[in-house]
Design a binder for this molecule. Structure first.
Ligand code: IMP
Length: 437
């Protein structure tokens, strides 16, 4: 069996921990969208390593880690991560045997980062709150058919003509719209050529590697980044990232069709957070600031990529049910349950109210979503409990069991994994999505 992991909320659901656990069962781990806007913090041989681009499965020896065509690829970040992994001895000098990058992935260049920053600085009231890694501008160029692909870095003549074309329009924008200096072709071209040469051993036809892996029944883990509500088509547009974060992205982002057996596991926290701007119906920053602060503090809710404090709120089951449908989710991994220990009561949102109407689905209009009021079900909290005495779900406090049962009944899918603490031993696999049926 193969597994597609997706974020079921606005990202930061704790996917890293699940990816780490599932990577041990997979032979191939592939990123299919996004870029170094993602961030997984891991401790390797006592050293903290934050990976933004390379699949964190790399920390399991013998795995093949792939970066698919749907990713926007920053070569400088890639080499920084390779070097950091080699320094901590997590990766051998022959790194290219275990890490491959698709020829078709689009490259993030310095002007993408520059434009991302300038757009945010000039956005006045309409800031997206991006990670300023150049993600949006790189995807814009891809869709506008003026992007530079990894394979272009290996073809000097083609690269020069593509770069010439790409920067022509950018320079007009930089000079006349942003009042910034123009990009010079020569140093950019040289840098790209050097990066291409360094990258050559890592470049591969990732699609065909995956086709062969699936033909031979080798288990593949598709590692999603960000979350469903940040999807460019199905998220809270325009406050989204620029890629397909939903399960469908695993097909377009690798070049595979949906004709292989796969489970889709959505990762959600037992509450909700969001970084960046945009609507967030169950946010409690203003309505219940003390609870918001408590969740942020206990849950260490600060971004792994930018360090920004995350906005916090109660669990939104309307949005989560939408994520179940959009992804064809077969199971849920519920993370950071321990952050809710010792609350007197907990709220879960089961509907929205808008202008006298009750909504059971996410409205498509962003202004409506900004105006909805959450309708809550109030559930009893559970006391702190001795986690060393827990052997399975049945040993958990009854109120916590009710919380889990309520979520499953509402969503109509089982919880396949739950995390009741930071340690590996506090991650409970209730069923194994890789198991052959
Ligand atoms: P971008 O992906 O940098 O263009 O940012 C677009 C939006 O997605 C912003 O609201 C970011 O905060 C959000 N975002 C991007 N990556 C992540 C992530 O890994 N976790 C949570 N939010 C993210």
């Amino acid at each position: 069996m193969n597994v597609i992991i997706v974020g079921a909320q606005w990202g930061d659901e704790g996917k890293g921990k699940v990816v780490d656990l599932y990577s041990a069962k997979a032979e191939y781990i592939v990123r299919y969208q996004g870029g170094n806007n993602a961030g997984h913090t891991l401790v390797v041989n006592g050293r903290k390593t934050v990976l933004h681009l390379i699949p964190s499965g790399i920390l399991h020896p013998g795995k093949i880690c792939l970066i698919g065509n749907g990713v926007v690829f920053d070569p400088n970040v890639f080499f920084e991560e390779i070097e950091a992994l080699q320094t901590s001895k997590a990766l051998a000098d022959t790194a290219h045997e275990s890490v491959r990058v698709s020829e078709r992935a689009h490259v993030i260049l310095p002007y993408h980062r520059l434009l991302d920053r300038l757009r945010e600085e000039h956005a006045a009231g309409g800031k997206i709150g991006t990670t300023v890694r150049g993600i949006g501008p790189a995807y814009e160029d891809k869709i506008a058919r003026r992007g530079i692909q990894v394979v272009d870095l290996l073809h000097p003549e083609l690269l020069r003509s593509k770069l010439e074309k790409a920067i022509e329009e950018k320079n007009v924008l930089l000079k006349h719209h942003f009042g910034a200096p123009a990009i010079e072709l020569a140093p950019l071209y040289d840098e790209c050529l050097q990066l291409g040469e360094r990258l050559r051993p890592f470049v591969a036809d990732v699609r065909s590697l995956l086709v062969n892996a699936l033909r031979q029944d080798r288990p593949v883990l598709f590692e999603g980044a960000q979350g469903t509500l940040l999807d460019v088509d199905h998220g809270t547009y325009p406050y989204v990232t620029s890629s397909s974060t939903v399960a469908g992205g695993a097909f377009t982002g690798t070049g595979l069709g949906p004709n292989f057996p796969a489970k889709v596991i959505g990762i959600a926290k037992a509450y909700t957070t969001r970084v960046g701007t945009g609507p967030f119906p169950t946010e409690i920053e203003r309505t219940e600031p003390e609870t918001a602060e408590r969740i942020r503090k206990v849950g260490a809710e600060f971004g792994a990529t930018t360090g920004r404090p995350r906005r916090t709120g109660w669990l939104d089951l309307v949005a989560l049910k939408y994520a179940v449908e959009v992804n064809g989710m077969t199971g849920l991994a519920l993370m950071k349950i321990d952050i809710l220990d010792d609350f007197d009561f907990l709220k879960v949102c089961t509907a929205y109210r808008l202008g006298g109407n009750t909504l059971y689905d996410l409205p498509s209009c962003i202004e409506d979503l900004e105006r909805v009021e959450p309708a809550y079900e109030v559930l009893p909290g559970w006391p702190k409990y001795d986690r060393t005495q827990i052997r399975g779900r049945g040993d958990l406090p009854p109120e916590l069991q009710s919380y889990l049962n309520f979520i499953e009944a509402f969503l109509g899918i089982p919880i396949v994994l739950m995390s009741t603490g930071p340690g590996r031993e506090e991650t409970w696999e209730l069923s194994d999505p890789f198991a052959k049926i």
